[in-house]
Write a protein that binds this ligand. Structure first.
Ligand code: AMP
Length: 311
């Protein structure tokens, strides 16, 4: 275990074993401190820092896990090129007064003979579950392990990975895992692009094109959503006009992404925001989901449909 003093006098420990992580958290909880866990794969940016800030605001102690989880990568090349910067991560977390970094090795997480999987039927067979087979099972398995390894009171997840958030919420409910799951809104760059560790793999021209992803989601929403009713107490009418408007808005959106230079679209879909059922029209709560490729980099984003938002 390594330890260094932070400016505020608190210690920032870096541990790699389950026993050390669990002992640290158990000690704090025995003292009556609440503990928040922020699971990450490192290459930290302001999106991760929003999760840390949310944990800091609600919990006495904050643990950040850094583990590039091989089980959730369905392409070996993606795992190999996933950005890593341990020194920069530690500096950022120290500046945020994080109490503990838990950075297990793959051998600690998956010792020889490891054979178990956690999967959430239904929620994980569409969107990223369909286009990245095994990805969400890898996520659930590692998150279930991180939660039982560290035993926090709360754990923080970003809405940027909205399907992942839903799947984790369902897993925690189904398996009676004790931590509360706290969603955190997506943090974006000035041009709207959702911050992501993978953005580091974009060259300058791809980075410029990437901004269209979120802009196109907003434009699809504008095209698909019928005018809100004049009386704000009324919910909008959902009818055949609405279904046709969404069909043509989504077709327009796919075309707009290709025009913007995305080479491939895994999905651009309207779905129920809790069950992920496919929707013909945006009866609330609905959400738009997109995944598209720029070169070898796959970007995802999502947008809540608010039927009352002024157009
Ligand atoms: P990752 O390191 O990409 O696995 O992400 C770790 C956590 O940070 C996940 O809960 C993500 O949803 C969250 N996260 C990543 N990017 C963002 C962002 N731009 N805004 C909010 N949360 C994010």
């Amino acid at each position: 275990m390594t330890e260094s003093r932070q400016g505020n006098g608190r210690a920032l420990d870096v541990v790699a074993s389950v026993a050390d992580a669990r002992a640290r958290v158990a000690g704090w909880r025995r003292d009556g401190d609440s503990v928040g866990l922020v699971p990450t794969m490192g290459a930290l940016h302001d999106g991760h820092m929003a999760l840390v800030a949310a944990a800091r605001a609600e919990c006495d102690r904050v643990v950040v896990s850094i583990f590039v989880n091989p089980m959730q990568f369905n392409r070996q090349g993606d795992l190999e090129t996933y950005p890593r910067d341990e020194a920069a991560d530690h500096l950022l977390l120290r500046a945020q007064s994080v109490d503990l970094i838990y950075a297990p090795t793959p051998e600690v997480m998956y010792p020889p003979g490891f054979a178990s999987r956690v999967s959430v039927a239904g929620l994980d067979d569409c969107l990223c579950g369909r286009t990245r087979p095994g990805h969400l099972t890898g996520v659930c398995t590692v998150v279930a392990k991180l939660l039982t390894q560290t035993q926090p009171n709360r754990a923080y997840f970003g809405e940027k990975d909205y399907q992942q958030l839903l799947v984790i919420q369902r897993m925690v409910r189904d398996l009676d895992l004790p931590p509360l799951i706290r969603p955190v809104p997506t943090v974006r760059a000035a041009d709207g692009l959702a911050l992501s560790s993978r953005n580091a793999n974009l060259d300058a021209s791809q980075r410029a094109k990437a901004a269209r992803l979120y802009q196109v989601l907003g434009e699809v929403e504008q095209r698909g959503r019928l005018d809100p009713p004049k009386d704000s107490r009324q919910v909008p009418l959902y009818n055949g006009d609405s279904a046709a408007a969404w069909r043509s808005a989504l077709a327009w959106g796919r075309d707009a992404l290709l025009q913007a230079g995305f080479e491939k679209i895994d999905y651009l879909e309207l779905r129920h925001a809790e069950t992920l059922e496919s929707l013909q029209m945006a009866a609330p709560p609905a959400r738009l989901f997109v995944a598209a490729w720029l070169g070898a980099t796959r970007l995802i984003d999502n947008l809540a449909i608010d039927p009352r938002r002024p157009k």
